[in-house]
Design a protein around this ligand. Structure first.
Ligand code: SF4
Ligand code: SF4
Length: 366
């Protein structure tokens, strides 16, 4: 009974925090025992975003491990790592102060792969002696990853952005928008409140399921579609000039909010913009020695290792078109073989990528 109550409470919090995902939801930091861990059990680390911690704990049911919850300002791992809230410093602090070092006799910690944009694994080792490895993207894959001797299969590295994740993002954006639009219109002109709120939610789903699949220019095309469909539906419903004007304005605002690249680090819109220029990842083959950290952390599987048995161990950027400019590969390459470069040959060196973090507008700032 108590277990059923706890699960119902978790479900409610999951829904609430999914709907209000744009807000930070911090939870307690420190070390937690999962199952019945001992001194040789694996140590996993995540950020202190409440929704993530609950999901990781659920995914680890049946596993004996230590979970270190590091401070990430109550923000999810990818956004926190890209924005400078979950970096080497937070990981080192958590490993040093949580007490986990006294509970295990090894010094291996598994980080979420999406922390690779902010946490420099070799600096963690240098600063506190822990060897940091990047585990799978999704918490559900952790048990399989541990069972495979901490080896990642291709599907564990790739951010697929499946229907569930797209729906969550649509709810996270569309839910608050629909609520705000509904409340404002209920006050201004109540009959418009429900249709506009519903349309905002519908447009959010359309954005997260279709925006990245539209031909360029995607944002303009999407905005035209949202405004056009809103006007068409209002005209069909017999709306007059005032209703058509409201539909046009609401459609424009909804489209602008949905197509603005806030976080700058999602599979829909990449980040890493410096000012207005666009940079792509370049590989210096002279420096590459085939360490494959880039391959390990790329969420879009852009890199390909050489064929087995090949003498040349160097990596290749086989799918540059998939790159979302997260910078994880550049941050992790210990030989600085990767950098951002634009079409005019201007380079952003790895050190700058490591120092500059994404702001809310998806631009890199110090
Ligand atoms: S680019 Fe860097 S991380 Fe990637 S294989 Fe080469 S040396 Fe390793
Ligand atoms: S190749 Fe692109 S998507 Fe992959 S890790 Fe590097 S910057 Fe990120």
């Amino acid at each position: 009974m108590a277990e059923a109550g706890r699960r119902a409470g978790d479900l409610f919090l999951d829904l609430l925090q999914t709907l209000l995902r744009l807000l930070p939801w911090p939870t307690e930091t420190g070390v937690r025992a999962v199952g019945f861990p001992d001194a040789s059990s694996p140590v996993l680390l995540t950020g202190n975003y409440a929704l993530t911690v609950r999901r990781v704990l659920r995914a680890l049911e049946g596993v004996d491990a230590w979970l270190v919850v590091a401070p990430s300002a109550g923000i999810n791992v990818w956004c926190a790592a890209s924005g400078g809230h979950l970096g080497t410093h937070q990981v080192v602090t958590a490993l040093k102060t949580s007490g986990v070092a006294e509970r295990v006799h090894h010094r291996n910690v598994i980080l979420p792969q999406l922390a690779a944009t902010g946490v420099i694994a070799r600096d963690v080792k240098r600063r506190c002696g822990w060897r940091a490895r990047f585990g799978p993207v999704r918490a559900e894959d952790i048990p399989r990853y541990l069972a495979q001797d901490a080896k990642k299969s291709d599907d564990m590295r790739h951010v697929g952005f499946d229907a569930r994740e797209r729906s969550e993002m649509a709810l996270a954006w569309g839910g608050p928008m629909a609520l705000a639009a509904g409340l404002v219109l209920a006050w201004v002109h109540a009959p418009w409140a429900l249709p506009v709120a519903g349309y905002a939610l519908l447009a959010a789903f359309a954005a997260f399921f279709a925006l990245d699949r539209l031909p360029a220019p995607r944002r303009t095309g999407f905005a035209a579609l949202v405004v056009g469909v809103g006007l068409g539906a209002t005209a069909l419903a017999g709306g007059g000039i005032a209703a058509l004007s409201a539909a046009g304005v609401s459609g424009g605002v909804i489209a602008a909010l949905l197509t603005f690249d806030y976080a700058g680090s999602t599979p829909i819109e990449g980040g890493s913009h410096f000012e207005e220029r666009r940079f792509d990842v370049t590989l210096d083959l002279e420096r590459c020695k085939g360490v494959y950290s880039c391959w390990e952390v790329c969420p879009e599987a852009c890199f390909e290792k050489p064929a087995p048995g090949s003498e040349d161990r160097r990596i290749s950027i086989a799918h540059a078109e998939r790159c979302v400019h997260c910078g994880a590969c550049i941050v992790q390459c210990s030989l600085d073989a990767l950098a951002f470069e634009d079409a005019a040959g201007r380079r952003i060196e790895p050190d700058a990528i490591r120092r500059f973090k994404l702001n809310l507008l998806g631009q890199r700032v110090a």
